[in-house]
Write a protein that binds this ligand. Structure first.
Ligand SMILES: Nc1ncnc2c1ncn2[C@@H]1O[C@H](COP(=O)(O)OP(=O)(O)OP(=O)(O)O)[C@@H](O)[C@H]1O
Ligand SMILES: [Mg+2]
Length: 243
């Protein structure tokens, strides 16, 4: 993919500012696809970008999380589940993200495939469960997980690039690509719960949650290249101080 460079500041001037973006969205929205494409597009434009992904399945920090996902552990509640995801994220934050964001690192920034917002959307989505009566419980969880991950553990706060894909479209994509483990989770109900929370966060905290257009007005998923272009435009506008 070729992006226009006319009128853009040189990559050298951009390199002074480190940035941290997380690609977010319910399962099957194309996070991995878009995080990879965004990183490639940024690299083509002269930026040195580190891509990370959480959960880092296969790592030692994921041991308990994977046992829970394999149904070997009965983890009592959404707070305990979220703490397993946070533990994995802390390892990635310490090992990879923190060094990359240091002023003298070899990187200009980091792009994550999922970050803290995934805990908010998935565990929070199950707590909210589509019921207005659960809003208080959701608010309690949101305050806790934000304080726990960011303020107490020191996990970095990214700008979240939320892929705006309907629950129906994401379920279709996730099913087409599903592994055995995914099959258990990729229900349209779970997708809707997570999507509801992402939508809510984009309204509540628009500075940190940017909704990225991924569908045409008639609900059809846009081609991957078009979505990458939408992501790239938002990201470089931010870097150049246009927004
Ligand atoms: N815009 C698109 N149009 C058509 N297919 C797409 C599009 N974006 C992604 N896909 C396909 O959808 C599937 C899911 O994409 P991907 O694995 O990137 O999503 P994900 O959000 O990382 O999923 P998960 O949350 O389950 O990890 C893949 O097979 C991918 O090739
Ligand atoms: Mg993925």
């Amino acid at each position: 993919m070729v992006f226009p460079q006319l009128g853009c500041p040189s990559s050298a001037s951009l390199k002074k500012k480190k940035y941290f973006f997380a690609v977010e969205g319910q399962d099957g929205t194309g996070k991995q696809t878009q995080a990879t494409a965004l990183v490639e597009a940024l690299k083509k434009n002269g930026l040195r970008v580190l891509k990370v992904a959480t959960p880092a399945y296969g790592s030692k920090a994921c041991y308990l999380l994977e046992r829970w996902r394999n149904k070997e552990l009965d983890v009592g509640n959404e707070y305990a589940i979220a703490s397993l995801y946070a533990h994995d994220r802390l390892a990635v934050a310490l090992d990879l993200v923190a060094p990359a964001l240091l002023a003298d690192s070899d990187y200009d920034g980091v792009v994550a495939d999922r970050w803290t917002a995934s805990n908010i959307a998935h565990c929070g989505g199950r707590i909210l469960n589509g019921h207005e009566t659960q809003v208080k419980e959701f608010e309690k969880f949101l305050a806790w997980v934000t304080q726990f991950e960011h303020d107490l553990l020191g996990i970095q706060r990214p700008i979240n690039l939320v892929l705006d894909v309907s629950a129906e479209n994401s379920e279709r994509l996730a099913r087409a690509r599903a592994t055995d483990m995914d099959k258990v989770e990729n229900t349209v109900v779970a997708m809707k719960q997570a999507k509801t929370v992402y939508d809510l966060m984009c309204v509540r905290d628009p500075n940190s949650y940017w909704k990225i257009k991924c569908q045409s007005d008639d609900g059809k998923l846009l081609p991957q290249e078009k979505i990458t272009g939408n992501l790239f435009d938002r990201v470089v506008n931010y870097m150049w101080g246009i927004e």
